[in-house]
Design a protein around this ligand. Structure first.
Ligand code: ADP
Length: 619
């Protein structure tokens, strides 16, 4: 839906952004800063010498000086022009190469922010929008983060030239300057209005671009490729792509129409401005108020002054435009982290493991959603206790464990680990308390061993990797691979990578969770992709897997929760029932009802298999 054009003020003014860019340039690329500064006087002196040359020659000729003097004057001015031109070209070449790495620093800052910011900032639509705008603002050489340096150099030269040429013209008639200035200011404001329109409406096409990129990404994804073919989704993709492209074109046309209008007005203003000034100079020469040599000087100065003036408005327009890109980068970098990033209370010492965890009246709503996904939830999990979290889909189980891990910030209430508020810990230190297996699996394009021992700088303890793979039930599979634990993963990046099945990947993330020594283990549907034999093996080994840890186990398979100390049945983000399996069965409420439905199904399933002789054959 189209968002109304609203007057949103950029978060930083152009001058603040220029200051920011220059400061960063000084820090990131000092040599580049110095070369850029050196170009400024060259850009002004070079055309001034070109204007001076005919005046000096005409003066010499009028004064009837000797040829030696004439050659000397022409030679000196020419030498000055050659030296300035050479230096200018040299610096220009160096700058155009090194400016790329200046942008790379911003890309790196944005990537660092994306890797380090609070997880909730990544999932939050507002955070996503800011992130996309920041990446866009650094996506190519024309974007503010790289391109800004050239208009900055030109702007400084324009100001310098403006003052110098202005001084020459003011000596003739200050009114020329007032007239030239008035038209330039008018042109600046026309262009600025168009840019403001673009900035105010950017959100409209950012959303369309995001959807387009999503579609392009999905089209290239193998996983989606299967469904696209089997469920004949290509038509749907095509139609959606076309609709989005049309919407995008509408916005492109709106902006371009305004740009065209602004450029036309600008061209007309230049015509009027320069035409009037030249007419005045011709008038002064014809009436004998200035000499012909002076005419050439003033003619060149008016042209030069107009160029500096147009330059100032052009560069201001460009800088203003690029300032919006810089704002987009800064808005993302400024995105506030709500978790404690400073020094926190000390983590529970290993001797104090496993940890006790307490949810104290926790409520939570996702940003932009009115619904409370977790609603006044209170629970104390004792040291080493094994909790099963069950409930229907959407009850809030995953959200609860994400809150516990410190990925989201509760809307109200507190989470305590060993009696201390989660927010009192340093966020990254707090993460060290948890190993988690979530439903969405992410593998790095590195070896199996490194995927298990994920701490990139840490050594890989092979024995421990093998032990964890064994516990997770993946040892046999990995041993069967020619390169064993050195086998790379992720086919898109490594040609000789192995493609693991969903269940094998799930075992691998379990091994990863076991490898990380933590006092708390969280397993969110860890058996969803496992075959019944692997699933059973995992249950049998559950005590071994969770030894020395407090654990939270989410499963929709109620029979699997019997080996937990306590079962929490969640409904609409609240605890509906809580107790041991036997207690909940005796209470005979929803848990008991769901358990009976499931066990009835499994019983039937087992009987069916026995009837078909599947089980007996395998005995
Ligand atoms: P469960 O794990 O019990 O199936 P979840 O915790 O995943 O449930 O989800 C609880 C509710 O929160 C669901 O209604 C789901 O649609 C909603 N939800 C989950 N993730 C998000 C999100 N990132 N933004 C908005 N709503 C979400």
């Amino acid at each position: 839906m189209e968002q109304k054009s609203k007057r949103t003020q950029p978060s930083y003014s152009m001058w603040q952004n220029i200051n920011y860019v220059l400061k960063n340039l000084w820090i990131f690329e000092r040599k580049l800063f110095l070369m850029a500064t050196a170009r400024v006087p060259l850009l002004v002196v070079l055309p001034l010498l070109a204007i001076l040359m005919p005046k000096l020659v005409l003066d010499c000729l009028t004064a009837k000086v000797g040829p030696g003097r004439l050659v000397e004057v022409v030679g000196l001015v020419s030498l000055g022009m050659i030296v300035c031109s050479f230096l200018n070209q040299y610096f220009n070449g160096r700058i155009s190469i090194e400016v790329v790495s200046n942008r790379a620093h911003y890309v790196s800052l944005i990537s660092q922010k994306t890797l380090n910011t609070d997880y909730e900032n990544l999932e939050n639509p507002e955070g996503q929008k800011k992130q996309q705008k920041a990446f866009e603002a650094t996506s190519d050489a024309n974007k503010g983060t790289e391109a800004v340096l050239i208009p900055l150099i030109l702007f400084a030269a324009d100001i310098f030239g403006f003052v110098l040429y202005g001084g020459i013209l003011a000596a003739l008639n200050p009114l020329i300057i007032v007239f030239l200035l008035a038209t330039a200011v008018l042109s600046f404001f026309v262009t600025r209005r168009v840019q403001q329109y673009e900035h105010n409406n950017k959100d409209n096409w950012t959303l369309i671009d995001r959807k387009l990129w999503y579609l392009i990404d999905r089209c290239a994804d193998f996983a989606a490729g299967k469904d696209i073919r089997l469920y004949n989704m290509s038509g749907w993709f095509g139609r959606l792509f076309e609709t989005l492209l049309n919407d995008r074109t509408v916005w492109l046309k709106r902006v371009e129409r305004r740009n065209y209008l602004a450029n036309t007005v600008d061209g007309l203003l230049i015509l009027v401005r320069d035409g009037a000034a030249y007419a005045y100079l011709v008038y002064l020469t014809l009436t004998g108020s200035i000499s012909v040599a002076d005419f050439t000087l003033y003619f060149g100065t008016v042209a030069g002054f107009s160029t500096w003036l147009t330059g100032i408005t052009d560069e201001l327009t460009q800088l203003n435009h690029m300032s919006l890109d810089i704002c987009n980068v800064r808005d993302y970098l400024d995105l506030r982290d709500r978790f404690n990033r400073g020094k926190g209370v000390s983590l529970p010492a290993m001797g104090d493991w496993p940890c006790e965890v307490e949810f104290e009246h926790i409520s939570f709503q996702y940003p932009g959603s009115a619904k409370r996904v977790v609603d006044d939830f209170s629970l104390k999990i004792r040291r080493g206790e094994k909790i099963a979290l069950v409930g229907v889909n959407g009850a809030g189980k995953t959200t609860l464990v994400k809150l516990l891990c410190g990925l989201y910030h509760p809307t109200s209430g507190r989470i305590l680990a060993n009696g201390k508020d989660m927010l009192d810990y340093n966020r990254d230190e707090y993460y060290r308390l948890f190993s988690a297996v979530f439903q969405d699996i992410h593998m790095l394009p590195v070896s199996i061993a490194r995927n298990v021992a994920t701490e990139a700088d840490g050594p890989i303890v092979t024995e421990k990797v093998l032990q964890c793979l064994k516990l997770a039930g993946l040892e046999e599979k990995v041993n069967g691979l020619p390169k064993g634990i050195e086998t790379p993963l992720v086919k898109e990046v490594n040609e000789d990578a192995v493609q693991l099945s969903g269940g094998e990947l799930q075992k691998l993330v379990l091994a990863r969770a076991l490898y990380k020594d933590t006092p708390i283990l969280i397993l969110d549907e860890p058996t969803a992709a496992l075959d019944p034999i692997s699933e059973n093996e995992l249950y049998v080994r559950y005590s071994e897997l969770t030894a020395g840890r407090t654990s939270v186990f989410i499963s929709h398979r109620l029979s699997s929760t019997r080996f937990c100390d306590r079962i929490v049945f969640l409904s609409n983000g609240k605890i509906a029932e809580c107790g041991t399996h036997e207690e909940l069965m005796t209470q005979n409420k929803r848990y008991a009802e769901m358990f009976r439905i499931q066990s009835h199904y499994y019983q039937d399933h087992v009987e069916e298999m026995e009837w078909e002789g599947v089980l007996s054959e395998n005995r």
